[in-house]
Design a protein around this ligand. Sequence first.
Ligand code: 13P
Length: 271
Amino acid sequence: MRKPVMAGNWKMNCDNEEAEELANGVTARAGLNEKVQVVLCPPATALTTVGKVIANSNIALGAQNMFWEESGAYTGELSAQMLLSCGCEYVIVGHSERRGRFGSVDEDEADDLAAVFGDTDATVNRKARAALAAGLKPIICCGELLAERQEGKTDEVVVAQVKAALEGISADDLANVTFAYEPVWAIGTGEVCDADEANRVCELIRGTVGDMYSADLADEMRVLYGGSVKPANVRGLMEQEHIDGGLVGGASLDADSFGELITAAEEIRGQ
Ligand code: 13P
């Protein structure tokens, strides 16, 4: 059976003091939870701080991004080894905000951001492979833009992203891969994807992995949903067969609401 995951992606929020306080709040509520894998993904500057707070708990540390090279002249980038040395076990790879896939904001700004961050299917694959080679567990994000959904291209886009992300990844390494389906139009908008539809796309991701590897391996792989997950909608999502947890932005910045999400995951899916 797949252990549910509740991962908080803090994005560019929390200085060290705020990060320590938030990590303490989550640890107080869920630090000893054995039924849900809680993951905290603070900004890189707070990894060490949060790592210390959660050191004696069951909560895992995750980074929000990484670069695929081991070291060298890559100003501002972080290697898998550096993240491991901060205590990371997970790393988010290919978040839509790093792919520049901002479907719900001003298009001019979206173009600017795409140029700044610029992750593509190819770089996402390189990052995922480098993470696995170093012993980090990638949480690989995929999801369609609003326009792609409106044009009926959701399945095509998601399947292509999944296949590209997994190129060259062995069946053994697949055991350490988690996917997160994050429809771009549902991120930070308050507009959650309908639970049935989120489940359908998560099943599509699992089926795609099943076709590439085997049904057994796909059955063991965790697929999360992300996009405006909050206490009010988490239960409907967690009740879905193919949704193994959440990758949560806004609601993970408040220890009470994140704690409620963890409790819901435990009650509905915890074994
Ligand atoms: P929100 O939960 O704020 O919509 O963010 C989702 C997300 O992007 C998590 O990675």
